[in-house]
Design a protein around this ligand. Structure first.
Ligand code: PAF
Length: 281
């Protein structure tokens, strides 16, 4: 496993070593968990070479968000990646990614303004910008991304399509702990009393699926029950919506493209989750 910490080294690899090979890329902000590792394992099994990036991207955090306290542990991350067969770990500094005088930002309109984008203005501009820069440096064939960040995957697929980039996103299933909590680096913030409240997010998804499978098709009826479920658990809903998974537009009637997507605060920690509403028979 080779460590790359300069942009020129990364560019030289992409130019000299990568052509003719399938390159799998897993962009991360570090503090890796089994969700990230499942993306890495898939990339290693499907591609000739795998690159993992570790960069806590300041541009995607709002002024009052957790940039300073975001968990970081590079030694631990490298120990987790080494046995998986990763070829390169790219960890640029802030100054390399955003040198002084930096002025260029990428905006994927409409998709970036709803759901998490409405609660976190500017977040998806930061995500799209850093991912475009990383894709431009690594030039991957495939980018492996978790569906926990469902809106992020949709925003980035649209960006790659609109900018005629050949990299394809491989969306990968959400990894959950034994009680259903979607794995996230931010779960480390949860206290023992927060944890049961955090489980209410995945309970919303299973309850929506139960309601839909028993014949309920009206989103407002499903959402009314889920808001009560969240509030009774002690979690504070940020948003909860049933959307068309392709456009992220709200749906009033559930169909086979419906996705339940939600964010809630558990104490000070903001958690997100999502899942299909109608499951295949
Ligand atoms: O999902 C993440 O960890 C980040 O948003 C990403 C894609 C690495 C960009 O900073």
């Amino acid at each position: 496993m080779q460590l790359i910490n300069t942009i020129t080294e990364m560019q030289a690899l992409a130019q000299n070593t990568f052509p003719g090979k399938s390159i799998g890329f897993v962009p991360t902000m570090g503090f890796l968990h089994q969700g990230h590792l499942s993306l890495v394992e898939r990339s290693v099994s499907e591609c000739d070479l795998t690159v993992v990036s570790i960069f806590v991207n300041p541009a995607q955090f709002g002024a009052n968000e957790d940039l300073d306290s975001y968990p970081r542990d590079m030694d631990r991350d490298l120990k987790l990646l080494e046995p998986l067969g990763v070829d390169y770990v790219f960890f640029p500094s802030n100054g390399m990614m955003y040198p002084s005088g930096y002025k260029t930002w990428v905006e994927v309109r409409e998709l970036s303004d709803v759901l998490c984008g409405a609660s976190r203005p500017g977040h998806f501009v930061g995500v799209a910008t850093v991912v475009l820069k990383l894709v431009n440096l690594v030039k991957p064939t495939y980018m492996y991304m978790g569906e926990k960040d469902f809106q992020q995957v949709t925003v980035l697929q649209t960006m790659l399509r609109d900018l005629n980039l050949s990299t394809r996103i491989v969306p990968c299933p959400i990894i959950r702990d034994g009680n259903g909590l979607a794995l996230s680096s931010r779960n480390t913030y949860l206290s023992p009393t927060d944890y049961p409240k955090a489980l209410s997010l995945s309970r919303c998804i299973t309850r929506a699926q139960e309601l839909a499978s028993s014949g309920e098709r009206l989103s407002e009826n499903i959402l009314r029950e889920l808001n009560i479920l969240l509030q009774n658990s002690g979690a504070k809903p940020d948003y909860i919506s049933i959307v068309d998974s392709r456009s992220l537009s709200p749906q009033s009637v559930v169909d086979c493209n419906s996705r339940l997507i939600l964010a809630a605060f558990v104490g000070k920690t903001r958690l997100i989750d999502n899942g299909r509403v109608l499951l295949d028979n």
